[in-house]
Design a protein around this ligand. Structure first.
Ligand SMILES: Nc1ncnc2c1ncn2[C@@H]1O[C@H](COP(=O)(O)OP(=O)(O)OP(=O)(O)O)[C@@H](O)[C@H]1O
Length: 215
């Protein structure tokens, strides 16, 4: 079963530059799909286009519904793309509780559990502005995981993580997948991808490499 199908998905700038060109791919329910590629290959643009967060042409079908820019996205998604949206003057738990107000199914127990699962202390009074890069990244990942959404999208989630934290993230992603979430992860961290992904596709200069074209 496909959760997302993209056909001839393209993203063209006004000056004619093609950031994405004729992408044909699918994201299957229950998989952990990794998008690999060098810096600037178009991974982030692809994730945004698949989420309807950037204008694109072509067809996008999400959970059997045709999606057009401006529509409400057909499924709930937990998203970490580029820098996490964190409030620097809040603690970790206050940031997550704020997000939880938008997710009625999320209990305060889940907020605590997600923080602990990323080795962040729910009782800490440290403000986010005093967090290390790795701690900020973990909190951004916690935001994306909160609520066990059907789709979880992580863009370069290991940039600031040490090896132990990366291993922990592999286990967490697998665990959330087992509980029903589908993952789309962009990364150039080969070790992480090898350990976490159930399938890998590769981008070069806005194209998916031949063998990655699936539809
Ligand atoms: N809105 C935009 N306007 C102009 N150029 C853009 C825009 N968004 C992305 N680009 C360009 O598109 C290309 C792909 O960018 P993208 O961020 O998708 O790369 P990436 O594969 O995610 O790279 P990285 O591994 O460095 O995160 C880059 O050359 C980038 O400068």
């Amino acid at each position: 079963m496909d959760l997302i199908i993209a056909r001839q998905l393209s993203r063209k700038l006004r000056n004619g530059t093609m950031l994405l060109q004729d992408i044909n791919m699918s994201v299957e329910k229950g998989e952990i799909l990794a998008v690999e590629g060098e810096n600037g290959a178009g991974k982030t643009v692809l994730l945004k286009a698949l989420l309807g967060l950037t204008p694109s042409s072509g067809d996008l079908i999400v959970d059997d519904r045709r999606f057009k820019l401006g529509d409400a996205y057909p499924i709930k998604a937990g998203i970490l793309i580029e820098n996490p949206s964190l409030i620097n003057e809040f603690t970790a738990i206050r940031n997550l509780r704020l997000l939880a107000t938008l997710l009625p199914q999320v209990t305060d127990d889940e907020v605590h559990t997600v923080l602990r699962s990323l080795n962040l202390d729910p009782t800490s009074r440290t403000l986010v502005k005093n967090f290390s890069l790795g701690m900020k990244e973990k909190l951004g990942i916690a935001q994306a995981l909160l609520g066990h959404n059907p789709l979880i999208v992580l863009d370069e989630p290991t940039n600031a993580l040490d090896d132990k934290s990366k291993m922990n993230l592999v286990l967490l992603v697998r665990n959330y997948r087992d509980l029903g979430s589908t993952f789309l992860i962009a990364s150039h961290d080969q070790d992480f991808i090898k350990q976490v992904a159930t399938r890998r596709i590769r981008m070069t200069e806005g194209h998916l490499n031949e063998k990655s074209q699936l539809v």
